[in-house]
Design a protein around this ligand. Structure first.
Ligand SMILES: C[S@@+](CC[C@H](N)C(=O)[O-])C[C@H]1O[C@@H](n2cnc3c(N)ncnc32)[C@H](O)[C@@H]1O
Length: 179
C-alpha cells in the first residue's frame, strides 16, 4: 500500500490514488488547501465557519474576518475551488453520499467535534476513497486521537488501510472507505 510519511507529501498521495474531488474541513488561511491544490484537483471544496470563536483558537492576533479575507484573496480566480462558509456538520448535509474522493478534517479538535466530523463526512467519501485528518496527536490534547479510535471501534468493517504519518507530533491519520 502506498502511504506517506508526512502530510507535506499530500500531493504525491492525491496523485497516486487519483483523488480529484477533494474537500478540506477547517481551512483557516488556506495554507494546507493551497498545498493540496498543487495536485490540480477537478474540484476542491473549502469548508470553514470563519467564526471568531473558532478562528481565535488558532491565530489570536487576527479577526475571523481578516483570516477569511486573506484566504479569499489567495484563491481568487481558481475555478476549481468552491468556498462554503458554515458549520462543518451543517455543510456536510449539502452533499450527497459518496460525492468526494478525499476529505481532510482539520476543524474542531475537541473529542465531540472531531467525532461529529468523522461521522458526517466519512459517508461523503466514495467507496475506495480516503478520509484523513490533522492533529492525530497534538502537543496539548489527545482528543482527536480518542475520537478517531472511538470512530474506528464502531466502523472497523467500513474502513481499511489506516495509517498515521510520522512527524514528531501533530501527525495526520488516513483511512480508506470500503463500504
Ligand atoms: C487548525 S485551523 C485549520 C488549518 C488548516 N487546515 C491548515 O492546515 O492550513 C482550524 C479551522 O477550523 C475552523 N473550524 C473550527 N470548528 C469548525 C466548525 N465546527 N465548522 C467549520 N469550521 C470550523 C476554524 O475556523 C479554523 O479556521
Amino acid at each position: 500500500m502506498f502511504r506517506i510519511e508526512t502530510r507535506g507529501q499530500i500531493v504525491e498521495f492525491l496523485l497516486h490514488y487519483k483523488l480529484k474531488k477533494i474537500c478540506e474541513i477547517g481551512v483557516f488561511r488556506g495554507d494546507y488547501l493551497l498545498h493540496m491544490l498543487q495536485s490540480n484537483p477537478t474540484e476542491c471544496i473549502a469548508v470553514d465557519s470563519w467564526k471568531q470563536e473558532n478562528v481565535k483558537k488558532w491565530w489570536k492576533i487576527s479577526t475571523a474576518k481578516q483570516v477569511y479575507r486573506i484566504f479569499m484573496n489567495r484563491i481568487r480566480g481558481m475555478k476549481n475551488v468552491k468556498v462554503i462558509k458554515g458549520d462543518s456538520v451543517q455543510v456536510s448535509l449539502l452533499f450527497q453520499d459518496e460525492y468526494f474522493d478525499f476529505v481532510y478534517i482539520d476543524a474542531d479538535h475537541s473529542f465531540e467535534g472531531c467525532l461529529n466530523d468523522l461521522v458526517h463526512w466519512t459517508p461523503k467519501v466514495r467507496i475506495g476513497g480516503w478520509v484523513a485528518g490533522h492533529d492525530y496527536d497534538a502537543k496539548t490534547t489527545n482528543s482527536v486521537n480518542l475520537a478517531v479510535h472511538h470512530f474506528m471501534k464502531f466502523n472497523k468493517n467500513n474502513m481499511k488501510n489506516f495509517f498515521v504519518t510520522k512527524e514528531p507530533y501533530t501527525r495526520s491519520f488516513f483511512f480508506q472507505r470500503i463500504r
